[in-house]
Write a protein that binds this ligand. Structure first.
Ligand code: SF4
Length: 207
């Protein structure tokens, strides 16, 4: 079971869950693409938070540039465990902590979750994917339907009050006008806009 894995030699990624309320067409979970030597991120069962912490304790966390809560699914499906783990890591290391998320935490957890991240993260990267609720639904097939994108934008605005660096990302295979429309939306939230390379396999993993 792959709970942690290293990306670019100095980023330690944490894999907490396969679950996600979306079913994006480009998701690695559905593409099931893996290069030779890459870890199989599919979890036969979810590790407990204590098991994840044990793994983290076995590493020299300060030797990494970042600790990233990322895939395989959506980390905020285990929001309470995520918060608990971040607290533990803060007590034992100075490593920067990033959350890669689809931004749907509030809908997943049924409350405004950003305030609970206060002081626990150094950065958040939120996938934007589309400029309208309809387009988002076309691409991401969220179980939240047209509520998804407005909730993501609200979460992004709010989390900026509690986390120093907030990014919204899109992939570069989108039409140029759509990328510009996404950038405008992103600016309204106060987040920093980033375009990732679609063909970079790692970009899928980073969401
Ligand atoms: S939000 Fe991320 S984990 Fe969820 S389906 Fe889309 S790409 Fe996959």
């Amino acid at each position: 079971m792959t709970i942690t894995y290293v990306v670019e030699e100095d980023h330690l990624y944490v894999n907490m869950t396969n679950r996600c309320p979306n079913a994006c067409g480009f998701c690695v979970r559905s593409l099931n693409e893996r290069r030779e030597g890459e870890a199989d991120l599919w979890l036969e069962r979810e590790p407990t938070r204590e098991e994840i912490l044990e793994q983290l304790k076995s590493k020299d966390l300060d030797s990494y540039r970042e600790l990233v809560f990322c895939g395989y699914g959506e980390p905020t499906c285990r929001f309470d465990d995520l918060v608990w783990l971040c607290r533990q890591v803060r007590q034992m290391s100075c490593v920067n902590i990033r959350l890669n998320t689809n931004g749907l935490s509030d809908l997943i957890n049924g409350r405004s979750t950003a305030p609970e991240l206060d002081g626990l993260l150094d950065s958040v990267s939120i996938s934007l994917n589309a400029s309208t609720p309809e387009k988002y639904q076309e691409i991401c097939h969220s179980r939240f339907g047209l509520e998804a994108l407005p909730a993501i934008l609200k979460f992004t605005k709010t989390v900026g009050l509690y986390v120093p660096k907030v990014y919204m990302t899109v992939v570069d295979n989108m039409p140029r006008e759509e990328i510009s429309a996404c950038e405008r939306l992103c600016r309204e939230t106060g987040a920093t806009f980033r375009v990732r390379h679609f063909l970079d396999h790692q970009s899928y993993v980073e969401k």
